[in-house]
Design a protein around this ligand. Structure first.
Ligand SMILES: Cc1cc2nc3c(=O)[nH]c(=O)nc-3n(C[C@H](O)[C@H](O)[C@H](O)COP(=O)(O)OP(=O)(O)OC[C@H]3O[C@@H](n4cnc5c(N)ncnc54)[C@H](O)[C@@H]3O)c2cc1C
Length: 445
């Protein structure tokens, strides 16, 4: 029977273990943290993620989607909050049924682990940290944190899903000609809370992703099933208005009242949250290769951590699992060939979503409140409705499984087309559809 080690029982590792066990393989998963189903590991259930087509496909293939959908809240668009508290709803698509979903990270992770264990071929070992991988032999050295003892994992095939600061990738970095780069944003983030009303209902529109765009910074909020919202403040680390400068309760309150006045009355624990919750950094990690012969493959954030502004990190990590699973099926379990096919197919797509996530960072904080941006979106929705098979980049990324690199390419072409079509018009209905059709044929095909 095939035997595979997985390092990291986060989202990607737990899902990958399900995919492999469903092929009849025995899987041992090593995880640094305690079992989150038994112990509160901090962050808890309130941290949520936007889930879209690529994660949905993976969860469908592994038979989990119905269960996960019972936890998920649909979000049909962005609810923009201006400084005066004015609300503008921007749908994600012209099709009112298209949405992304808010889902609890911890619940999702726990359900994936339960599913894996139910398959009986997967064994999780918690509080065990991967310390070293021998790139020549593939041997994995781990430390049992409970007994503080080192031991070697069985077998010599490992899939590493140990996140952005992967120890396995770190070991691979010592190989000759291994490419690696990490790029931090000058902004970090902090999670804050909008609790439910006493009767358990939501204090803002439930089925939307809320955004307070303010140019140099922004706050977003995603709904949770218990009626609360998890807010994330994306904010400079340093400078005149920054995490560094907001260092007293009075300054924080004055800043929030000035910038997010409609949110302050909804955030009774603002000051406590602000000073208790950690400030975390945002990084883009690129590396190559992702595999070592038939011995090691890294995937998810370990291979390509991205900034969260397209809501795609988990979606991309899950899509990695889908593609690796397909490569294994196509290569008849020839691991060397499957790993190679996987990295060749995936790397350009990981680079594309990394770029798009960085671009969306600018779009979300700077332009979502800009009238020209709003008009371009309106014209784009008009085209989605009236021009056969026209899809915006956002739709391609979030509502389809068109490879990211292709979505990126089409998005760039779309920008040029939109620019020409917007010349001299003031309403979306004035778009010259014949010209649009011609431009689409010439440039997109
Ligand atoms: C603020 C923020 C918001 C985000 N929002 C979204 C969103 O809306 N939608 C979306 O799709 N994505 C989002 N993401 C991205 C998403 O969280 C990640 O892409 C996703 O968690 C990657 O999954 P992973 O399994 O690769 O890594 P992780 O989830 O990081 O899991 C890694 C696991 O490995 C374990 N581990 C680490 N080192 C070791 C070791 N040496 N030995 C053993 N175990 C180890 C860790 O404890 C962890 O359990 C967001 C990210 C951030 C930071």
């Amino acid at each position: 029977m095939e035997f595979v080690n997985i390092v990291g029982a986060g989202l990607a590792g737990s899902l990958m273990s399900v995919y492999l066990a469903q092929k009849g393989m025995r899987v041992k998963v090593y995880e640094r943290r305690p079992d989150m189903r038994k112990k509160d590991i901090g962050g808890g259930r309130s941290i949520n993620l936007a889930m879209s087509a690529r994660a949905i496909k993976a969860l469908t293939e592994t038979g989990l989607i119905d269960e996960i959908m019972t936890l998920a809240i649909p979000m049909y668009g962005r609810e923009m909050h201006s400084k005066t508290g004015q609300l503008t709803f921007q749908p994600y698509s012209h099709d009112p049924k298209e949405c992304i979903y808010s889902v609890s990270r911890a619940e999702l992770n726990m359900r994936l682990m339960n599913k894996a264990e139910a398959l009986e071929l997967v064994d999780f070992q918690f509080e065990t940290i991967c310390e070293e991988i021998n790139p020549k032999t593939g041997a994995v050295t781990l430390r049992n944190l409970d007994t503080d003892t080192l031991f070697q994992a069985q077998g010599s095939r490992t899939i590493a899903t140990d996140g952005a600061f992967s120890s396995v990738r770190y070991a691979m970095q010592k190989m000759p000609r291994f490419d690696f780069s990490q790029q931090y944003l000058s902004h970090g983030y902090k999670e804050l809370t909008i609790p439910p009303l006493p009767d358990g209902s939501f204090r803002m529109k439930r089925e939307a992703l809320h955004i307070w765009p303010r140019g140099e910074y922004m706050m977003i909020a995603l709904p949770n099933p218990d009626g609360s919202f998890t807010c994330t403040l994306f904010f400079p680390f340093e400078g005149k208005t920054s995490f560094d400068s907001l260092d007293t309760e009075a300054k924080v309150l004055a800043f929030f009242e000035d910038q997010f006045p409609d949110a302050v009355p909804l955030m009774p624990t603002l000051l406590e949250d602000y000073f208790t919750n950690p400030t975390s950094s945002l990084v883009t990690i690129r590396c190559w290769p992702w595999v070592l012969e038939d011995k090691i493959a890294i995937l998810g954030d370990a291979a390509h951590a991205i900034v969260p502004f397209f809501g795609q990190g988990m979606n991309a990590a899950f899509e990695d699992c889908t593609i690796l699973s397909r490569c294994l099926d196509e290569q008849g379990l020839d691991w060397m060939a499957a790993f190679e096919a996987f990295q060749q197919e995936r790397k350009p797509n990981a680079d594309a979503i990394a770029n798009m996530a960085l671009e969306n960072y600018i779009e979300m904080r700077d332009t979502t409140a800009d009238p020209e941006f709003l008009f371009r979106k309106a014209v784009e929705h008009y085209l989605e409705q009236h021009l056969e098979s026209y899809r915006s980049r956002y739709e391609l990324v979030s509502f389809t499984t068109v490879p990211y690199a292709e979505a990126y390419r089409r998005g760039q072409v779309n920008q040029g087309i939109l620019k020409e079509l917007m010349k001299g018009i003031s309403r979306p209905e004035e778009v010259d559809l014949a010209l649009a059709e011609r431009l689409k044929k010439d440039r997109l095909m």
